[in-house]
Structure formats: structure tokens, C-alpha cells
Design a protein around this ligand. Structure first.
Ligand SMILES: Cc1cc2nc3c(=O)[nH]c(=O)nc-3n(C[C@H](O)[C@H](O)[C@H](O)COP(=O)(O)OP(=O)(O)OC[C@H]3O[C@@H](n4cnc5c(N)ncnc54)[C@H](O)[C@@H]3O)c2cc1C
Length: 432
């Protein structure tokens, strides 16, 4: 069997909706830049409130990370509760953790309301410890999360880990039954269909090149220059995640685009699939340079990681596919003879503080910085941004934290330091 390098397995499970045909309109109440979870969730919410919304997308609907990810809908944030509490205080951390739980409920509600067939299932997640010291730290995390956030996780000692995973390389784990799995490409397709049904217009191949403040007929707003012509909008929401470009230069300097890669095997026999992942969990390990993996609904092992730090090109995908295959066989020697059928990559959006950010600057709204935890949070912050644009009072702890740029301003949007960061995290995994 041939491996389709650069070919995304999830895309074989959908047919994407078409964008709006014809020319861009001259005006809109809100222009949303980017047709992923953030932009489409915002467009759906705004259109349901009666706003005239256009979504401007450089490529096609769902082209970015939203169709390329692992489909793991996870509780919590990228940073640990301990790190969050020491940085922001426990009160704000409580609200952030609550938002992470609420974000999964929001996805569930949209899936039910819009009848989106995307194999949404509350199957839970399993974090596995790569070292005894990682396992030792789990007890404190579980205690903090129970005490401060009233959310129960379960520790799985090494002796019981075979109930959860068909691998013997780990030192124990934590299970969170609230987390969820879905098919991300079917989900983003469903969101797009829902936004269109609510009245939003989605323009593909409409790359935003520049945004300038403008007043028309006494209305303050923005002239948006795109590859398909110009449009005036009263409000703008930037939802461009790891693909943030020179069209929004200030935001670009705050986002580090980092590659993440996935391989997917041929279909596995039922009994082998159950042996590897008996409870169908969403699984990730405890390293900085982590692996994440799950079964697809048709029994393929989907295995991902930050195998190369640079975003996706034919070369980074090919190299990553080899690294990930070796990693997969280390975790599951049972897959030594199994063929890899698909390999692809996508770009994550890391901010310098590894936090999501949703707010506005110079009159332009933004929601981004999901750091690989974006399926639910992007949906949630897209909806929150919509509520804020609509003038509603919004609970959004992520708008209350500072949004830092690079230390000493040493970054213009081109991440020259990625090889050093990659090496740093490898060393950290080795010593910690
Ligand atoms: C390989 C991989 C695996 C992942 N796995 C998981 C996971 O299992 N669980 C999880 O929670 N998260 C995961 N993530 C993260 C998650 O996919 C993202 O956080 C989420 O999809 C972000 O959605 P978004 O709508 O903000 O951005 P995107 O989906 O990236 O959409 C941004 C869009 O903006 C468009 N755009 C950019 N610039 C312009 C412009 N100038 N004009 C017009 N359009 C523009 C792009 O073309 C793109 O389509 C993963 C990401 C990757 C890459």
C-alpha cells in the first residue's frame, strides 16, 4: 500500500460545501477573516442574531487547521492548572478551566442543534506518563482540579493501565471522562453549512491583503482589500490562527506558527483496534515533544506529533511521517507490519505565553492562540467574539489577560528560532 504524503485522511470522509458564488458585496456588518472553527462559529452566531456577515477565506472552507487536526476535544488548557494559577491567580484560573469545560458543551450543543454527523462521542481522554516522575506529579494535579474546579479525573496506576491501552511503555495515566472525540472535517463542514443556513455568506479564494480604517456615510469601519475586490465592514474579526499573515501585521508578530503532523494507518481488524485502545480514548503522552493518538471511527490508528517544528511542506511531512511511524511502533509494536496510508500536516498557533487570546485592538476583534487545544476553544471563542461584536455582555476570561509579544520585540512573524526551540524541548524531555 502506498502512503499518500500530504493527503489528509479526514478529507476522504466529506464533501465540502461550496462558498457563495459571484462578486463580494460592497458592504457588510461584520467581515470574518478565516473559515475554520473560530470564524464559522462566529459567523453562525452573528447571522443567527440577524447581522449581515461575510466570511473571507484565502483558500477553501475549512482549509486550515480545522480540517487537519486529531479531532480530540479536550478539557483544560495547554498549560497546567498550577502554571495558570501561579501566573493569573486561582480566581481567573477557575474561570478559564470552567470555560474549557463549557467549550465542550458548546460543541455538543451545536452538533445536536445543527444535526452535524461527525461521530461526536464522549469517549474520554487518557494522558499517559512517559517517566515515573511524570506519573508522580499526576496526584497533585488531580487533587487541585477536584478541589479548585470541582472536576473529577481518575488516576490509573501502571498495573491497571492495560485496561486503557495496549502498550507497556508507560508508567501510569490519568483519565478524564468528559473529553470527546469527533471527525473534525465533518464538524467544520457542518459548521459551515450551519453558518450558511443562518444567512452568512462564505467567500473562498478571498485572501485579505490589507485592512484600513475608513468612514462611509458617517459610519466608522474598515475597508478590507482582498484578492477578490474590496469590501467595507463595520466590524472585523480575525480568525486566522497559525496562518495569520501580513494582512494583520500586529497580530502576526504575536503568533508563532508551529507544524504538527499526523499519520493514519490502513484499517485495523476489530480485535487489534480494541487491543490497542480498548475504551476508544483520545490519548496523549506527558512529553513536551508529545505524541497524540486515537482510533478513527473506521478503525485506523491516527498518530500525531510535533515531529518537525516547521509548518507543513512536502519535505516536513515526509520526514515527519517517518518519525511518527517509528514513534507509533515504539508505542505499539503490534503495528510493526501495519501500513501507513495517509500523512499530512497543519500549522498550530502558539502565542508567547501559550494562551488563547480573544479581544480587540485598534477596533479589530481577534480570537486565536489555541496552541493545539483548539477544536472546542476555537468554537467557543468564535461564539464569544460574536456575542461581544453584537454588543452583549460576555464572560470571557481570555480577554482579561495581557497579550504579550516577543521578548525584546525580536520577532517579525518569521520564526527563525524554531530549530532552537525544538532542540530546547527535546533536552527538556530528556532531563525532566
Ligand atoms: C495537525 C494538527 C492537529 C491538531 N489536533 C488537535 C486536536 O486533536 N484537538 C484540538 O483541540 N486541537 C487540535 N489542533 C488545533 C486546532 O485544529 C486549531 O486550534 C483550530 O482548528 C483553529 O481553528 P481556527 O478556525 O482558529 O483556525 P484555522 O482552522 O487554521 O483557520 C484559519 C483560516 O484562516 C485563513 N486565512 C489566513 N489568513 C487569511 C487571510 N489573510 N485572508 C483570508 N483567509 C485567511 C486560512 O486559510 C485558514 O483556513 C490541531 C492542529 C493541527 C494543525
Amino acid at each position: 500500500m502506498q502512503t499518500f504524503i500530504g493527503s489528509n485522511y479526514w478529507l476522504t470522509t466529506v464533501s465540502m460545501p461550496q462558498g457563495t458564488p459571484g462578486d463580494l458585496p460592497k458592504r457588510a456588518d461584520v467581515a470574518v477573516i478565516g473559515a475554520g472553527f473560530t470564524g464559522l462559529s462566529a459567523a453562525r452566531s452573528l447571522a443567527k442574531r440577524g447581522a449581515n456577515v461575510v466570511v473571507l477565506e484565502s483558500h477553501s472552507i475549512g482549509w486550515g487547521a480545522s480540517s487537519r487536526n486529531g479531532g480530540m476535544v479536550l478539557t483544560g488548557l495547554k498549560l497546567s492548572p498550577e502554571t495558570l494559577a501561579s501566573r493569573y491567580g486561582m480566581e481567573l484560573t477557575r474561570r478559564m478551566y470552567a470555560a474549557s469545560l463549557a467549550s465542550i458543551d458548546v460543541v455538543e450543543q451545536i452538533v445536536r442543534e445543527e444535526n452535524i454527523g461527525c461521530d461526536f462521542s464522549r469517549c474520554g481522554h487518557l494522558e499517559v506518563a512517559c517517566k515515573p516522575s511524570h506519573f508522580d506529579s499526576y496526584a497533585r494535579s488531580v487533587e487541585t482540579i477536584a478541589k479548585e474546579f470541582n472536576h473529577q479525573l481518575r488516576i490509573v496506576p501502571r498495573a491497571q493501565l492495560s485496561d486503557e491501552i495496549g502498550s507497556s511503555i508507560y508508567f501510569g495515566g490519568i483519565v478524564d471522562e468528559t473529553s470527546t472525540g469527533l471527525n473534525p472535517t465533518q464538524y467544520v463542514t457542518g459548521l459551515a453549512t450551519a453558518a450558511i443556513k443562518a444567512g452568512a455568506n462564505l467567500y473562498e479564494n478571498a485572501r485579505v491583503e490589507q485592512i484600513t480604517p475608513e468612514t462611509q456615510n458617517g459610519n466608522h469601519g474598515f475597508e478590507i482589500h482582498t484578492s477578490r475586490g474590496n469590501i467595507f465592514a463595520t466590524n472585523v474579526l480575525v480568525a486566522t490562527s497559525g496562518y495569520t499573515s501580513a494582512a494583520t501585521p500586529a497580530l502576526r508578530k504575536k503568533i508563532i506558527p508551529i507544524g504538527s503532523f499526523i499519520i493514519t494507518t490502513e484499517q485495523l481488524p476489530d480485535d487489534l483496534a480494541r487491543e490497542l485502545n480498548p475504551r476508544n480514548r483520545m490519548i496523549y503522552d506527558s512529553k513536551h515533544y508529545l505524541y497524540y493518538y486515537r482510533l478513527t471511527p473506521d478503525n485506523r490508528m491516527l498518530f500525531g506529533g510535533r515531529a518537525a517544528f516547521f509548518p507543513e511542506t512536502k519535505n516536513t511531512i515526509r520526514r515527519s511521517a517517518e518519525i511518527l511511524r517509528r514513534g507509533m511502533v515504539q508505542v505499539f509494536p503490534q503495528l510493526r507490519e501495519t501500513k501507513v496510508a495517509y500523512a499530512w500536516g497543519g500549522t498550530l498557533d502558539f502565542c508567547f505565553d501559550t494562551m488563547p487570546h480573544a479581544g480587540h485592538a485598534d477596533g479589530i476583534y481577534y480570537a486565536l492562540g489555541y496552541a493545539g487545544h483548539g477544536v472546542a476553544m476555537a468554537t467557543y471563542l468564535g461564539a464569544k467574539s460574536a456575542e461581544e461584536i453584537a454588543g452583549e455582555k460576555v464572560e470571557n476570561p481570555f480577554s482579561e489577560i495581557p497579550f504579550p509579544g516577543a521578548p525584546l520585540g525580536l520577532y517579525n512573524g518569521r520564526p527563525w528560532f524554531l530549530p532552537f526551540a525544538g532542540a530546547y524541548y527535546k533536552v527538556l524531555d530528556w532531563i525532566s
